[in-house]
Design a protein around this ligand. Structure first.
Ligand SMILES: [Zn+2]
Length: 75
């Protein structure tokens, strides 16, 4: 992982936590205590979530394929 990528992920994560702090904390406790370290990984299939999707849906925990299976449900 190069430094630029790391910084970009960290910045996204900080925005994510600021906007969704309460909701995320609740969900992480229930679903995945270590979710922060796996941010950007699909919770359904474990694939990397494309940055293009995270740009549009910073709170997405699922890859496009799994989102599609769920009927575009926005977690
Ligand atoms: Zn997936």
């Amino acid at each position: 992982m190069n430094p630029e990528e790391k910084d970009d992920k960290l910045e996204t994560l900080l925005i994510f936590e600021t906007e969704k702090e309460d909701e995320v904390r609740l969900r992480d406790d229930l679903v995945m205590p270590t979710a922060n370290t796996d941010y950007g990984i699909c919770l359904e299939c474990g694939d990397q979530i494309p940055k293009s999707l995270l740009d549009d849906h910073p709170d997405s925990k699922f890859c496009p394929e799994c989102r599609d299976k769920m009927g575009n449900h926005t977690d």
